[in-house]
Design a protein around this ligand. Structure first.
Ligand code: SAM
Length: 299
């Protein structure tokens, strides 16, 4: 039996396929890493799975063996054709979608039942993919995602640390990271330059901030982390275009010292502040376009 490494090398030689860096085409070649990722996913035979970036299909084959249905989204046309010509296509459980995970109409394509997400995808798109998943969160139960180690650290980090920021709060209001697996560059061919972490995230049945208040939270995060070194009194004053005394009084009424910095606020603090702001005159005095419609994840 060829090893996974030999299989991947042979597949690449055969199809004269040149892995593209831009598409994060680093294929897993260590069998035990594939198995460890599958363990994180904890599949039951009646589970449905969405795989992002099936590539040469190594993980896909194992998913099809162990789940009731697999929807696989691949952007590379050569790899899509390879999958279309493979034995997988005859399997009724396998559904191949050719396209970019950030653009395909997932809500129309995915089955009505809840689905588990697995993705070993280019690190450049891991944050937009996470945000897309949160937007479509009613489809998903859990997420297993391979990300660059530094991104994993930011997702799961705690207040007061350098890595704590918009991404940490946004992920932690949607779900909880329950497991992590470190993967070294040797587990891939070709080897990436960065270290990787596989994260398992269980989504909460509902986000911890209501859909109506999400815009408020986005604005609050932008203010709190946009200028990390400034005090909350200062950044909220600028955001809300309100007098210092008024903002400070509001923060104190929420038991938050206005001299604190945004990066010291816990997830609970952000949730409480969002609720309080949503009904406060400070925010009601603002036009809607002063709130943030999109998240900025620069830190
Ligand atoms: N799943 C395979 C494995 O683990 O060996 C391949 C993973 S490889 C790191 C990333 C895969 O995602 C590639 O097949 C690549 O073509 C695909 N990909 C890259 N960008 C994508 C996108 N925007 N939408 C869907 N697939 C994408």
């Amino acid at each position: 039996m060829p090893t996974l490494y030999e299989e991947v090398r042979a597949a690449l030689r055969e199809s004269e396929f040149r892995p593209r860096k831009r598409l994060g085409q680093n294929f897993l070649v260590h069998e035990h890493v594939l198995e460890a990722i599958l363990d994180l996913l904890a599949l039951e035979m009646d589970d449905l799975v969405l795989e992002i970036g099936p590539g040469l299909g190594a993980l896909t084959r194992r998913l099809v063996d162990r789940a009731a249905g697999v929807w696989a989204v691949e952007v590379d046309s050569i790899l899509t054709r390879r999958l279309q010509e493979s034995d997988l296509i005859a399997n009724q459980k396998f559904h191949l979608i050719s396209g970019d995970i950030l653009k395909v109409p997932l809500a129309e394509i995915l089955p009505k039942q809840k689905i588990k997400l697995i993705g070993n995808l280019p690190y450049s798109i891991s944050t937009p993919v996470l945000f897309r998943v949160f937007e479509l969160r009613d489809h998903f139960t859990s997420i297993v995602l391979m990300v660059q180690k530094e991104v994993a650290d930011r997702i799961a980090s705690a207040p007061g640390t350098k890595t704590y920021g918009t991404l940490s709060v946004w992920c932690q209001i949607h779900g909880q990271v329950t497991k992590k697996l470190q993967v070294s560059p040797e587990a891939f061919f070709p080897q990436p330059k960065v270290r990787s972490t596989v994260l398992k995230m269980e989504l909460y049945p509902r986000p911890r901030v209501s859909p109506e208040e999400m815009t408020v939270l986005r604005g609050l995060l932008r203010a709190a982390f946009g200028q990390r070194r400034k005090t909350l009194g200062n950044v909220l004053g600028n955001w809300l275009k309100s007098g210092r005394d008024e903002v400070e009084e509001f923060l104190r009424s929420q038991h938050i010292d206005p001299r604190r910095r945004g990066e010291t606020l816990s997830i609970e603090n952000f949730i409480d502040l969002t609720h309080a702001l949503a009904s406060s005159h400070l925010l009601r005095a603002q036009p809607m376009d002063h709130l943030a419609k999109q998240l900025h994840v620069a830190n």
